[in-house]
Design a protein around this ligand. Sequence first.
Ligand SMILES: [Zn+2]
Length: 473
Amino acid sequence: MYAFHRPWLIVILLLSLLSVKAQPPAPDLSDDARRAVDSIRQSSVLSTVAFLASDEMAGRQTPSPELTIASRFVASRFRGAGLEPLDDDATYFQSTPFEVSQPPTDDVLLRIAGGDVLSSRGVLCASSERLQVTAKLLTESEIAIAQTPQIVVIDEVIVPPQATDNPAAVLLTLRRRLRSLSEKGVQLVLIKCAPESPLIDVARKLSDSPLPLRQGLQPDCFVVLVSAMVNLEGVEVIADIGPQEVTQVPVRNVFGVLRGSDETLADQAIFVTAHLDHIGSRNVGPDKINNGADDNASGVTAVLSLADAFGSLQDRPRRSIVFGTFWGEEKGQLGSKAFVAQPLWPLKNITANINMEMVGRPETDARERIWMTGWKHSNLGQLMKAGAERVGVDVFDRKDVGEMLYTRSDNYSFVRQGVIAHSFSAGSLHADYHQPGDEWQKLDIPHMIKVIQGLFCGILHVANRDEAPEETE
Ligand SMILES: [Zn+2]
């Protein structure tokens, strides 16, 4: 009723109905395109995904030597596919310095004044400056705001054994308490620990594999683990502890472009991407490596297979196609954020981002089908559907989680910049998600091949149409 007083609302309603109408069928595939589709086959798909998800890749943590090797592999494949680099130095890389921090392990001296050395069982946190302080040891209830510096001893903080897999999460649980202590002038917190405490493993893990600086959740105090057996009541402690060590490790996005054949449209690019990183390994359990075969070696394999197939075309698509992989998706889409902050292709000329996430393990009713996240936001799903239909692959709107997952992958870094960007998945939310069981042996390779062929036909359609995809909402 209300709407009838506003005729423009009816117009908008009609326009929005028009914009979701089914797209006209895509033109028939040329012989050239059909040959490229047929070139997407098991030998390369399986060998690629099995390598990226091998134990030697150690779960492709950001940052790690294995992720660096994986990015070199991607760059080599782009070169082999005949793509041009996007960067001025022709490396195919976009490098970003990534800061990691480690607490000191050896540079820790604690002494009871006039008495024994107090041995450290590990350091959980350290500030950026060396700590040299002598003070009477207080309990939390004895802290006096006016008195500074202060050293506090607290009882063991209970964390579950599996917490050692995720030191950042342990620091997060301690964060509020440590912050309130440091706000009261506490510079050093000693945590009493039993010899079998999981906190000792957490400290060991922190010293073995540094944390991203932004995950270090820097409290302004030092936290050192000490034996629960020593009587520390009322003693004076002399502390001399080195600062945290901050290092910069380069991490790399990888990009290669197949230039478009149409003089006008070649300035526009479709970005075909996937995240290369995963979550590394864990401390406990018989199998410690989170291989990330489905998440997201499968998506990267799709990107590499598509690069090979498009690179093999005699007739290049009219628009340019940029193939790319990102670091740091698992840490908050950091690689794609780094890209949009310093884009190697003008954002306004990015026609669409087609981002691949988990295309290897379908649900039983979704074999050889692809779902696109955030379906309602553009007509890209309709266009990809019209293109993929040519090889019998369906692209659909997964209504239960498609909208929620729209914001959960690298495509969303592009969306924030006003670029039409969606993730395409042909997988399921399986129990091996982010677990060591996400192995390449469990992938459905014939399904993957068919899905990649469907993606090829969808992308080809979008790359060759006169009109670019449009936003619908
Ligand atoms: Zn993923």
